[in-house]
Design a protein around this ligand. Sequence first.
Ligand code: C2O
Ligand code: CU
Length: 523
Amino acid sequence: MTRRTFVRHATYLTALASRSASAAPALNPNLLAKFVDPLPIPEVAKPTGMRAAPSHPSTKLPYYRVPMRQIECKLHRDLPAARLWCYGSSSPGPTFETRAGQPLLIEWPNELPGKHFLPIDHTLHGAETDTPEVRGIVHVHGAKAPPESDGYPEDWYVPGKSRTYFYPNAQEAAALWYHDHAMGINRLNIYAGMFGLFLIRDDFEDALNLPKGAFEVPLVIYDRLLKQDGQLDYPVSGDPARPWVPEVFGDVMVANGKAFPFLNVEPRKYRFRVLNASNGRFLHLALSNEQKFHQIGTDQGLLPAPVLLERSLLAPGERADWIVDFTGRAGEQIVLNNDSFQVMQFRVGQTKSPDTSLLPATLRPVPKIPESAAVKTRPLALIEQMTMKGESMSMLLNNTPWHMPVTENPVLDSVEIWSFINTTDDSHPIHLHLVRFQILDRRRFEPFFYQNTGEVRYTGPVTPPAPEEAGWKDTVRADPRMVTRIIVRFEGYLGRYVWHCHVLEHEDNEMMRPYEVIAAAIR
Ligand code: C2O
Ligand code: CU
């Protein structure tokens, strides 16, 4: 057993111990009937009117109002309703259907109750005992938004307060998502249900004639631990003063708010907008009949061409745009599996409405940013700090905790290479706010040599990104013992943003750093 497996094992046992000590016993998901709930489709958010744009009061923009709320909702037919926190009245919250070039305003009132229902760790930065328990702040993941509307983690506000954010939508068609980002409790708020989809469409995408309407289906997938009374269970460390755990892996797979749902489909092409909204689980999705499918898009929009896949790997925060063709499968029941877990079932019916949609051979060009365009390369180490007992204490970016001064300060419109030197045994999905980027490559290196000398000694070949990653990204897997390089143009706005690991337990425990887009020095 390596130290790491031992630590994981120990954490797991502790989690089990503290789970059984909680009010209701843990639920055994094998006892839940599979595929009895229809897959819910979140409603589409509707603007409630028009309001003046922040900088041009004469311009009126669509205005939405979506409160943060506590709801009761059944995660499965045979379970009592669970307490959830969400946006609007469901989790996932309403889907925003927006168009590139059409700015909009969203007011996000905090209407949550005064007490949290998941275990806050007051030793984490930003969640000290003198900060309010219940705090929220919304970030639209993947949005090119001005800093004051980006949901900076320290800009949280308490129940009774509200903020109106401005989203310019000056970017290409993509499946973005919105979620909570409150400092130190982000993992709990998202686990409680605070997320939803934010789709941007544009004329280019429309012209491709991809499956749409009833044949374009959002799939927000995540794992949870549940108790027998249907409530969410969030594991704790066993140390009441420091309940934080380094990772959460649930055994109940949830899609669009239901455990193990089913979807009736026609024997024809479908487009699925897939999001991994798990706190820490990487998804390896495949169809039970071993049918292949095409991935046509990634985090920030369409790929240059469809990629045929048997299995789709999605880290927390990543999105995939799929075309699945059920033609010729009438009468079949196909399960979407995640490794050995079942996620949901597709029931292919007999009748088929005319399918005039296309799977084009080429999609959208993704012009490569040449490495020579980069004015700077930043080596950024990912480090895990252990206690003497080998328990995970925290993980750090660049060996620098959150509260230290900004160290990453790219110049507006400049291109940089960020090189993530992952010395840990975990894969960390790294997300940068504001920007989209391209993956250059990954390469194995010697972590111990690096830790002792600060020098990168490569031990493997340069590996280009997988074809399904070779588009515009906003989240990238920094795999263990690998150097992962991305190339980024810092376009959009001057100001303060963040970059972080999207394993939410890591993010809440120091694996997040501010960065600042600065103006070029005046010569
Ligand atoms: Cu998906 Cu900083 O977030
Ligand atoms: Cu991480």
